[in-house]
Design a protein around this ligand. Structure first.
Ligand SMILES: Cc1cc2nc3c(=O)[nH]c(=O)nc-3n(C[C@H](O)[C@H](O)[C@H](O)COP(=O)(O)OP(=O)(O)OC[C@H]3O[C@@H](n4cnc5c(N)ncnc54)[C@H](O)[C@@H]3O)c2cc1C
Ligand SMILES: NC(=O)c1ccc[n+]([C@@H]2O[C@H](COP(=O)([O-])OP(=O)(O)OC[C@H]3O[C@@H](n4cnc5c(N)ncnc54)[C@H](OP(=O)(O)O)[C@@H]3O)[C@@H](O)[C@H]2O)c1
Length: 456
């Protein structure tokens, strides 16, 4: 076996550790650099990297069984929708269980990763060191760089404006008039918490949403059988089943005081909350259309109404950014970065993204599958399709996605969980045949300075 290429993994959140474990198991030399002093990224509340968007009360909204890695079940003692402390503990246990902790270089950020003319990556660390690697695996997360409203709402505001990324708990909301902007999952959790202590809570959104319960018919929503049939049932058929179940189990959101969604169920990233509709039904919060302007102590809405507001919480999503990459080489304007099956950038054979997708379901098992895919690729056991085929595949996938989903910066990398795994399984088989045809030649040669990555 020729020398295997060395890999730099950026980030030890749930995506980075899954990739690191796959490389470790397959004997591929690598370093995984992590800014923080611990693994888990977003799930470390108060993470010293300043990048976690977790708040004190955060629970997962994908169920335990959807989120767990395929070979490391979450403890049965965990509830169906565990707290962030459980999830952080789970990721910690994962790296210990698979012997990956020693392979992570903590408290070391990657400042710059530059692909040289010969393809080798020169990586500059925040301690001033420079290293060379044959391949780069980017797992820096995509829910840490707050996206404020663009453009900002016109007018002056006398109160406090904050983004969901900085929300910790509802203490500051006590007896205040709070306006939450957006109708994604951050908006759900924060509006509900606000409604228990604020004088008034308003939620403003520019469209309606189907608020999905965490349980339907006594089971976590994402554990209901119809999901696992994805690869075999067309989406339209599943959508009809899910819509019927929603009508029977929940009803119409209009009956709770929300606007009718301008799309079908499943054509937007799922907004999940067990409590939001109840709080509206209890009269503890009020829906408002989008803002038109800020006016001193008041906020004016599209229907011409205005409210006196003390605090605005913008739950307007996150930007996908890679501060360590040359923007001209790779960037995601408006969160859009076309990739082959959300991992490989056509034409760059030694760059992979892990966990850079928005599944209907959890990210972790998909990042795990991507890590394994990357390891097979680097060992020459899988070969990418020719460039035109990859580009055609990306085009087809994007056409499908943009046709289905509401036009929004939050819908640029949507995948159906089961469908993604099913299709990836087929692609792995096709890629294995291509690899066999070229005698399992390594697609990325080991050229970076030897001995720099930790031995496998
Ligand atoms: C409030 C909230 C709740 C969520 N709930 C769910 C859920 O229930 N289920 C679900 O599937 N997803 C959920 N998500 C999505 C979330 O993105 C994933 O859960 C998960 O955190 C993705 O893991 P990651 O490793 O890709 O990114 P992160 O968790 O963000 O980890 C990235 C890691 O990379 C490190 N890093 C970044 N840049 C550098 C650098 N330059 N050098 C070195 N290290 C670096 C960071 O320090 C961090 O540890 C939620 C997101 C938010 C904001
Ligand atoms: N409990 C949990 O597990 C939990 C909690 C929070 C977040 N999350 C996850 O974290 C990720 C981010 O969620 P998020 O809710 O923070 O962001 P998000 O899903 O991107 O939602 C952003 C919301 O803000 C709206 N918006 C954006 N720009 C706007 C503008 N200029 N004016 C008015 N509205 C605007 C969007 O509306 P449009 O649709 O019209 O663009 C959307 O409703 C998601 O994956 C989510 O599932 C999970």
């Amino acid at each position: 076996m020729p020398d295997l290429p060395t890999v730099c993994v950026i980030g030890a959140g749930s995506s980075g550790i899954a990739a690191a474990k796959a490389l470790h198991e397959r004997g591929i030399p690598f370093h995984c650099f992590e800014k923080s002093d611990q693994v888990g990224g977003n799930w470390v509340f108060g993470n010293r990297n300043g990048m976690s968007s977790a708040y004190r009360s955060l629970h997962i909204n994908t169920s335990r069984e959807r989120m767990e890695y395929s070979d490391f079940p979450m403890p049965k003692s965990y509830p169906d929708f565990p707290h962030h402390t459980h999830i952080a503990e789970y990721f910690n246990d994962y790296v210990d269980r698979f012997g990956v902790r020693d392979r992570i270089v903590f408290e070391t950020g990657v400042e710059q990763a530059r692909r040289d003319d010969d393809g080798v990556w020169t990586v500059t660390l925040d301690n001033g060191d420079t290293r060379s690697y044959d391949a780069l695996a980017v797992a820096n997360g995509h829910h840490w760089d707050p996206r404020w409203p663009e453009p900002a709402f016109p007018g002056e505001f006398n109160g406090k404006q904050m983004h969901a990324h900085y929300y910790v708990d509802n203490e500051d909301f006590r007896d205040k008039n709070v306006l939450v902007v957006g109708i994604g999952n951050s908006a759900m959790d924060i509006a509900v918490e606000s409604s228990f202590v604020a004088r008034n809570t308003f939620l403003s959104s520019r469209r309606g949403a189907y608020i999905l319960p965490k349980y339907l018919f006594g089971r976590p929503l994402d554990q209901i059988g119809v999901n696992s049939l994805t690869g075999r049932l067309p989406w339209g058929f599943r959508q009809a089943i899910l819509s019927t179940m929603y009508r029977v189990g929940v009803g119409k959101v209009q009956d709770y005081g929300l606007p009718e969604p301008d799309h079908k169920l499943g054509d937007a990233h799922p907004t999940i909350s067990a409590d939001f509709l109840n709080r509206i039904a209890h009269g503890e919060m009020t829906w408002k259309p989008n803002l038109t302007r800020l006016d001193g102590d008041r906020v004016v809405f599209e229907d011409g109404s205005s409210e006196e507001i003390d605090i605005i919480v913008y739950c307007t999503g996150y930007k996908v950014t890679f501060p360590f990459l040359d923007e001209d080489f790779v960037s995601a304007p408006d969160n859009d970065l076309p990739l082959f099956r959300r991992v490989f950038k056509p034409g760059v054979d030694n760059l992979a993204f892990i966990g850079l997708l928005q599944p209907l379901g959890a990210i972790m098992p998909l990042a795990e599958a991507q890590g394994r895919w990357l390891a097979s690729y680097l060992r020459g056991e899988y070969r990418l399709p020719p460039l035109p085929e990859m580009e055609a595949d990306i085009r087809a996938e994007r056409d499908r996605m943009f046709r289905r989903y509401v036009a929004s910066k939050r819908h640029t990398m949507q995948v159906d969980f089961d469908n993604y795994l099913y299709e990836l399984g087929k692609e792995l088989k096709a890629g294995a045949a291509r690899a066999r045809a070229v005698g399992f030649a390594l697609p990325v040669a080991a050229r970076a300075r030897a001995g720099e990555a930790a031995p496998a």
